[in-house]
Design a protein around this ligand. Structure first.
Ligand SMILES: [Zn+2]
Length: 98
């Protein structure tokens, strides 16, 4: 019983590491910004890490987020869809670097 629990915990610790799609740094989920797509096709910042569907992660750093948003091919691949619109909150970050 205990062994199973320890194994499950270990698995969880490894699973909580995510990769930034812009710079490929591996970090704990909470240190990254999760991007998700709404049913309407808007790419948004999933601040609570709980939206359904696929997610893409980027460092909580406007440089990484901008780099990722600029790479539409990578986004299309990550979310397996072509029709993505950058939502307002992300758009604000995107524009702040211009
Ligand atoms: Zn990054």
């Amino acid at each position: 019983m205990l062994a199973t629990t320890a194994k499950a915990l270990e698995k969880e610790a490894t699973a909580s590491l995510r990769t930034c799609l812009a710079c490929y740094a591996k970090k704990a989920k909470q240190e990254l910004c999760r991007l998700a797509v709404t049913s309407e096709g808007f790419l948004v910042w999933d601040k609570l890490y709980q939206m359904d569907g696929r997610g893409a992660y980027a460092c909580q750093d406007s440089a990484c987020i901008q780099r990722l948003l600029r790479n539409t091919k990578k986004l299309h691949k990550a979310f397996r869809r072509q029709n993505l619109t950058v939502g307002e909150d992300l758009h604000a970050i995107f524009r702040s670097g211009e």
